[in-house]
Design a protein around this ligand. Structure first.
Ligand SMILES: Cc1cc2nc3c(=O)[nH]c(=O)nc-3n(C[C@H](O)[C@H](O)[C@H](O)COP(=O)(O)OP(=O)(O)OC[C@H]3O[C@@H](n4cnc5c(N)ncnc54)[C@H](O)[C@@H]3O)c2cc1C
Ligand SMILES: *[C@@H]1O[C@H](CO)[C@@H](O)[C@H](O)[C@H]1NC(C)=O
Ligand SMILES: *[C@@H]1O[C@H](CO)[C@@H](O)[C@H](O)[C@H]1NC(C)=O
Ligand SMILES: *[C@@H]1O[C@H](CO)[C@@H](O)[C@H](O)[C@H]1NC(C)=O
Length: 166
């Protein structure tokens, strides 16, 4: 019984911790090939995780273009993974085992802020929490926004049609 209680307590403590979900792409031996892809929940509705041949982490527009060009030349399917890949459906899966994942995790900088026109240009992997912070520092704020800080701007625009007028 004390053992069970301890177990329960550990579980509660675990549930209580506010550690963010792990990165959705992991590859064998911490390399960038032979990878699995999942979402923030650790599995898709059919209890599966997906596979991909390799992953790239571009941190500049030039690296992003090169990654797309290489995948296109190799005729590989490409999907985009974000910081947490929050979407429940298997949107991030390239299908089969020979697709390529491009992660936007390192594409998270502010490109330009025009306070006059109230327009911010940011890279698509920036998460909402960072966007709100940068906006705040520039004296701006969002008129509408979803509640979860871990969403990326690219993911939002790809899945939340109603917000594209931001
Ligand atoms: C439990 C739960 C509750 C939710 N509640 C709400 C809610 O209350 N309100 C709400 O509005 N939404 C809600 N959602 C939906 C959620 O907000 C969306 O799934 C979210 O917008 C995804 O953002 P993300 O950055 O994690 O993108 P991802 O899920 O990683 O990506 C979404 C899609 O966009 C593609 N993509 C991402 N970035 C790019 C890019 N730069 N270029 C091209 N393609 C790209 C991805 O490949 C994927 O196909 C909820 C979802 C869940 C699971
Ligand atoms: C990926 O790893 C699995 C074992 O985890 C192995 O069976 C498979 O052959 C590997 N695929 C490639 C393309 O290396
Ligand atoms: C991923 O695989 C494709 C096809 O083999 C290749 O062109 C590309 O360079 C690879 N990318 C990485 C980061 O290994
Ligand atoms: C970009 O992401 C990295 C890694 O998560 C983080 O350390 C950094 O603060 C982020 N940069 C910006 C400008 O948000």
């Amino acid at each position: 019984m004390p053992m069970l209680l301890l177990l329960l307590l550990t579980t509660l403590v675990h549930l209580n911790s506010s550690t963010p979900p792990p990165e959705p792409v992991t590859c064998r031996n911490d390399e960038t090939f032979n990878c699995t892809v999942t979402n923030a929940y650790g599995s898709f509705p059919d209890s599966s995780i997906c596979h991909a041949a390799n992953v790239t982490y571009p941190s500049t527009e030039q690296e992003l273009i090169s990654a797309v060009a290489a995948a296109s030349a190799a005729k590989r399917k490409v999907k985009v993974a974000t910081r947490y890949s929050h979407s429940i459906p298997k949107l991030v899966c390239p299908g089969g085992t020979d697709g390529t994942i491009i992660s936007t995790i390192r594409l998270n900088r502010t490109v330009q802020i025009d306070t006059e026109k109230q327009i911010m240009t940011v890279e698509s992997g920036m998460v909402l929490a960072d966007l709100l912070q940068v906006a705040h520092e520039a004296g701006l704020s969002l008129a509408v926004s979803p509640y979860w800080y871990g969403l990326t701007i690219g993911g939002l625009l790809a899945s939340q049609v109603g917000l594209t007028k931001l």
